[in-house]
Design a protein around this ligand. Structure first.
Ligand SMILES: NC(=O)c1ccc[n+]([C@@H]2O[C@H](COP(=O)([O-])OP(=O)(O)OC[C@H]3O[C@@H](n4cnc5c(N)ncnc54)[C@H](O)[C@@H]3O)[C@@H](O)[C@H]2O)c1
Length: 255
């Protein structure tokens, strides 16, 4: 007889990038599944809006604003969440940025900014979360990578972003192996094109309809469509799932 549970009742989560897009939708998904959520993002983001949605979903949240490139701010956020809600059990690292430029013209600063936020930021987030989970006896982490970590886009010049997302996938696999003895599962989730602020960037404005046409499902994802897969990976229904990448792309990489 099988027995599985997709609920997160009693869970305490931190979500980075919770003030917009995919991170916001996943925070609401965790709240709907019964988890308490610490909402981490830059102060300029819409964390207040996310908190209102979390409360409307019947759960409890708290805002812990900060920058994922600053290790001390992440540690402080985890400490504050644990003081308020108890031991951290779940984490989703969704904070990220994207831009584009031809590789031959890309400045080192542009390359480095993507790596600082999208790779080092994810590692520092995992480090702060992992330390807490080791103390607490275990947990589950989901890092938001991208299908861009698996393929390269026709017409979208983002060698820095694509390679950074590949790094997110493999740092997740590496941490899964390293932290399995601590009862911590680490997976990545790779969205395809999703309708968030990131796809309202000037560089992609004219390409969004082409993105839909190139996708077998003939549309972009809604941010909320990433919440179910993330909650699955966090929940005990995924208890034997670690070190893997879950690609949610409407079939984009299938043809
Ligand atoms: N939208 C897509 O099509 C798509 C596809 C694949 C992967 N992704 C990934 O999903 C994640 C979320 O992207 P999104 O589409 O929701 O974008 P978004 O711009 O809506 O949200 C990203 C959030 O990250 C936050 N952030 C940026 N830099 C930060 C920093 N230094 N510290 C803390 N927070 C910071 C932003 O303030 C913002 O709230 C990113 O990692 C992105 O690379 C997005």
């Amino acid at each position: 007889m099988t027995s599985f549970n997709f609920r997160m009742d009693g869970g305490v989560a931190i979500i980075t990038g919770a003030g917009s897009g995919i991170g916001q939708a996943i925070a609401v998904g965790i709240a709907e599944s019964g988890g308490k959520v610490g909402l981490f993002d830059l102060p300029s983001s819409d964390l207040e809006g996310t908190l209102r949605m979390v409360e409307a979903a019947g759960s409890t949240g708290m805002i812990v604003s900060g920058d994922v490139t600053q290790a001390a701010e992440l540690t402080d956020a985890v400490d504050r969440i644990e003081s308020m809600f108890g031991p951290l059990t779940h984490a989703v690292n969704s904070a990220g940025v994207a831009d584009a430029a031809p590789a031959e013209d890309m400045s080192q600063e542009q390359w480095q900014r993507i790596y600082d936020i999208d790779v080092t930021g994810v590692f520092l987030s995992c480090q702060a979360e992992g330390r807490a989970m080791i103390r607490g006896g275990g947990g589950a982490i989901v890092n938001i990578a991208s299908m861009s970590g698996t393929m390269a886009h026709r017409g979208l010049q983002q060698v820095h972003y694509n390679s950074a997302k590949s790094a997110v996938k493999h740092l997740s696999t590496s941490l899964a192996v390293e932290w399995a003895p601590h009862n911590i599962r680490v997976n990545s989730l790779s969205p395809g094109y999703t309708l968030t602020a990131m796809n309202r960037r000037p560089e992609v404005a004219t390409q969004v309809s082409a993105f839909a046409a190139e996708t077998p499902m003939n549309r972009l994802a809604e941010p909320a469509e990433m919440a179910g897969p993330a909650v699955f990976l966090l929940s005990s229904a995924a208890s034997y799932c670690t070190g893997t990448d879950l690609l949610i792309d409407g079939g984009y990489t299938s043809w």
